[in-house]
Design a protein around this ligand. Structure first.
Ligand SMILES: NC(=O)c1ccc[n+]([C@@H]2O[C@H](COP(=O)([O-])OP(=O)(O)OC[C@H]3O[C@@H](n4cnc5c(N)ncnc54)[C@H](OP(=O)(O)O)[C@@H]3O)[C@@H](O)[C@H]2O)c1
Length: 257
């Protein structure tokens, strides 16, 4: 992926970190964002120690001015922005929807749906003039199926699927592809954190989701990290551009879709 510049939001931790490392290994110029400066520094340092150069910029994905600055900084370092990966996420509150805290629920919509829109607007400001680029929105089984007691996450990801479809339709006459990417359940990031939290919690709703995820893992229902990362790299290098507007699953055979 030489000569390809990739911006990945939330790239210092969890799956984003694994994606960033794989993309850097494949030769891409990788920029990561997040709110946690210490985590960004640690990622740059640790990956740098194994010879992988990535750049990190602190930015909250719901801050349009900050995201525009990130893109301007990328452009200023030479070249343009080829790929945006909307990866940053907030898992949102867990519990019965009838009593869930509205502010926490709504904040998850802001980060998980508003964030990708804001990052896409910032990226499209440089992609549209050249008529070329790629936006990959991380979705989830939670956005494709029911996910009771985690409705903030589920609803935000379902809406992100629709944002993907509509944006792709609006960009149909350009070479800008917009894809949803469902990595499946992976033993990393928020899924692993959720299982660990549930194992040490007496919150019945957290325990319910934790038990369900652990059962899925034990029954072989998880996607391997290698497959989740490998398919993302294929999407980032353009192998699925002809599927713009659709959701690609990690285990899909892209060549036969
Ligand atoms: N793990 C799975 O099994 C799984 C399954 C299906 C889909 N996914 C999707 O994969 C993506 C990555 O998930 P993950 O499991 O790696 O999650 P994670 O471990 O919770 O990581 C979330 C990332 O988002 C960043 N972030 C959160 N709020 C932010 C904000 N307001 N502005 C900027 N960055 C923010 C965090 O960094 P800071 O804390 O530094 O801000 C962190 O790097 C998500 O879109 C998720 O829906 C994951």
């Amino acid at each position: 992926m030489r000569d390809t510049t990739v911006l990945i939001t939330g790239g210092a931790k969890g799956l984003g970190r694994l994606f960033s490392e794989a993309l850097a290994r494949s030769g891409a110029r990788v920029f990561i964002t997040g709110r946690d400066q210490a985590a960004l520094d640690e990622a740059v340092e640790t990956l740098g120690a194994s010879g992988l150069v990535i750049d990190a910029v602190q930015a909250d994905v719901v801050d349009l001015a900050a995201m525009r600055d990130v893109v301007a900084r990328i452009v200023a370092t030479g070249g343009g922005l080829d790929v945006l990966i909307n990866n940053a996420v907030e898992s949102g509150p867990i519990g019965p929807t009838s009593i869930v805290d509205f502010d926490a629920w709504w904040h998850a919509q802001l980060v998980n749906l508003g964030g990708p829109l804001i990052a896409a607007q910032a990226a499209l400001a440089v992609m549209n003039p050249v008529g070329r680029g790629r936006i990959i929105n991380l979705v989830s089984p939670a956005g494709l199926h029911r996910w009771p007691y985690a409705t903030a996450y589920s609803v935000s990801k379902a809406a992100l699927v629709k944002l993907t479809e509509n944006l792709a339709a609006e960009l149909r006459d350009t070479d800008i592809a917009v894809l949803g990417y469902n990595p499946g359940l992976v033993d990393a990031g928020l899924t692993r954190a959720g299982m660990e939290l549930a194992a040490h919690s007496d919150d019945p709703w957290l325990m319910r989701i934790g038990r369900w995820a652990a059962k899925a893992r034990d029954e072989g229902g998880f996607t391997s990290v290698d497959v989740a990362v490998g398919t993302l790299v294929r999407l980032a290098r353009g192998d699925a551009d002809s599927l713009s507007g659709r959701v690609v699953n990690a285990e899909d055979d892209i060549d036969s879709l």
